[in-house]
Design a protein around this ligand. Structure first.
Ligand code: PLP
Length: 355
């Protein structure tokens, strides 16, 4: 049976990425070796990391003066690396979910953290709007897409200080004005590649300004000075990322992808809003086009498990909601075909008609 992959992360990758990765596992760039067994210092792999970095710059229109890094440790390591490298005295953070909260916790280890607003009391079902970012903060950190709650901030916030963003679950789904950012980071496993690599886009001028002692591996300058090759980078995920980025370029770039993503999410939200049985959990104005969170209306609540079973029998995978929200979550990352979204909608309609 055809499977429809709605996992939140690691998550669906394009067939283009999977096929070309599979080929390279057997024979990488006509070397007669597998990508799994080549030196990261080989000229063939150097070409991969160079192309991947160039594609990130091209697709996101990264201005001069920025580095693209490919690091290990996941987005969670960035929660600490960002304040270590960028916080002189104080930083401002927006608390929009568990990931933002974890970033705040790490930042507090390195200085004063001004949490400008939080939606925690409403179980993070919206993005706070009225807040003031202190002009004496070193940066303002926010999470563009809250993977667990299905809320998203699709515009670069207006800020008196440079922005820093965790874009783990929506990078490459909208154009970004990179010049407003000192740093952008994203774990690859939501919209780019298999788990194991984290993209960091960092402004050269923002580095080297703190007094604290930084361990070598936690200093961005170690990696900017060596082109992410100070130590062995995650070779296979970087190769897959390059394939995905090639695919994004073929699709017409980020604006074209954004249009498709908005249409895809629109199909599912429309079905949720038209249904008596299902209801969305995030405030409408803040709905994510990457992770669609919904539950059953109170009078149908006891059918949630039945619906999961029914959807599973129709080939839907990974639609169970995160434990902190409950219900369902359909992740519709860039690689998700519209056919899968339509199949889920069909499944919901069929189930609703039966009950
Ligand atoms: C998944 C996720 C993370 C955690 O990423 P790891 O690579 O597992 O550390 C952080 N932030 C956001 C927004 C996420 O979706």
């Amino acid at each position: 049976m055809k499977k429809h992959n709605f996992y939140a992360g690691p998550s669906i990758l394009s067939q283009y990425t999977i096929k070309n990765t599979a080929d390279a596992i057997l024979n990488f760039a006509d070397t007669g070796l597998s990508i799994l067994e080549v030196s990261h210092r080989s000229k063939e792999f150097q070409a991969v990391i160079d192309e991947a970095s160039a594609l990130v710059k091209e697709l996101l229109e990264v201005p001069e003066g920025y580095h693209v890094l490919w690091l290990g440790g996941g987005a969670s390591t960035q929660f600490a690396m960002v304040p270590m490298n960028l916080m002189k005295h104080k930083a401002a953070y927006l608390d929009t979910g568990v990931w933002a909260h974890k970033a705040i916790k790490e930042a507090k280890l390195f200085g004063e953290v001004d949490v400008v607003a939080s939606s925690e009391a409403a179980n993070y079902n919206y993005i706070p709007k009225d807040y003031v970012i202190p002009a004496d903060a070193d940066y303002f950190h926010y999470t563009t897409n809250n993977t667990i709650y299905g809320t998203e901030l699709r515009q670069d916030p207006v800020s008196p200080v440079p922005l820093v963003a965790d874009m783990s679950s929506d990078i490459f789904s909208r154009p970004v004005d990179v010049a407003k950012y000192d740093l952008i980071y994203a774990g690859a496993q939501k919209n780019l590649a298999p788990a194991g690599v984290t993209i960091v886009i960092v402004k050269e001028d923002a580095l080297g300004k703190v007094d604290r002692v930084l361990p070598t591996m936690f200093n961005y300058l170690t990696h900017t000075s060596k082109g992410s090759m100070f130590n062995t980078p995650p070779v296979l995920p970087i190769f897959s990322a390059m394939q995905t980025l090639r695919y994004y370029k073929q699709l017409g770039g980020i604006s074209a992808i954004e249009k498709i993503d908005i249409e895809k999410a629109g199909i599912l939200y429309e079905a949720i809003d038209a249904s008596k049985m299902f209801m969305g959990t995030a405030e409408v104005a803040d709905r994510s086009i990457m992770n669609v969170c919904f539950v059953m209306a109170p009078e149908y609540k006891e059918l949630e498990k039945d619906f999961i079973d029914f959807a599973t029998s129709k080939g839907m995978v990974g639609i169970k909601g995160h434990r902190s929200v409950g219900g369902f979550r359909a992740s519709l990352y860039n690689a998700m075909p519209v056919e899968s979204v339509k199949a889920l909608v069909e499944c919901m309609k069929e189930f609703e008609a039966k009950h």
